[in-house]
Design a protein around this ligand. Sequence first.
Ligand code: CP
Ligand code: NVA
Length: 329
Amino acid sequence: LLSIGDLSPAEFTRLVLNASSHKAAVKAAFGANQVPPKPLHGALTGKTVAMMFSKRSTRTRVSTEAAVQLMGGHPMFLGKDDIQLGVNESLYDTSVVISSMTSCMVARVGAHQEVADLAAHSSVPVINALSSDFHPLQTIADFQTIHENFPARTPSESSLGLEGLKVAWVGDSNNVLFDLAIGCVKMGVDIAVASPEGYGIPESMRKLILGAATGAAKPGKLIETTVPEEAVKDADILVTDTWVSMGQEAEKQKRLKAFAGYQITNELAKRGGAKPDWKFMHCLPRHPEEVDDEVFYGPRSLVFPEAENRLWAAVAALEAFVVNKGKIL
Ligand code: CP
Ligand code: NVA
């Protein structure tokens, strides 16, 4: 699972619904103790999941470790100072060796090619835990959050029934956006992206996002602008992410200047004409420059349920790719 682009609309729908139903079942049966009922209980017994992270992480690390544990497996966390990943050993050698001893590799890397190389040479499933281009586990959790907070219109086997919704992304065009946009196109959700000049979607990525329409009954539209108010118009969900992703620290001052005026606030939503009951989402970690406290901690914010859903997204992904060997049932 390198990107949501790897999934058909039906597979993506199934993963999101599985994440949501595992959450409901575990909570109903065991509340906060999170002891999983069948079929999760013991699904990974005797299996080790290697977690190779070359960058920091709170949610992805904790949700993956907790998900593996919940399913009876052993999460083996390998940080950038623990293994030779891409520093003192080739990705080929690393991939062949680690996959010979474990049942899955979950990898957070810099350039997307690194996780693609790991996957190309691995004998076990590889799950992208964030690369320069994509963040599929985040997108599964994000659609689970949308599914749980917006009534479905006409759900089917290949759609969550969210057609007609509009997402407004105001901020940097980055890894989190790219998979979210692919998910939106697949699910018939329109997505409007407002980024400053020079920080928009690269041409090759635009092609991938638009290509995600293949197989979707009624694909969502991609709208691009430099005007935040234009993106926000009639939006049901306002979303953003940091303006300075990991690895871009040296550009911080330049970026803060370039993104001035792109902060999500209630005033922006009002000026732009967002839908009256609009909601706010953010993958976290969050900085106040991209969204103010009033919105982030306000009643429209879904950010904490969205973060919790990372656990259920990880459970659904491990079930599909490790337990069911890539069959998304
Ligand atoms: N949203 C997300 O991936 O957060 P972390 O970087 O903390 O894992
Ligand atoms: N765009 C951010 C997401 C972190 C979860 C980054 O790549 O740092």
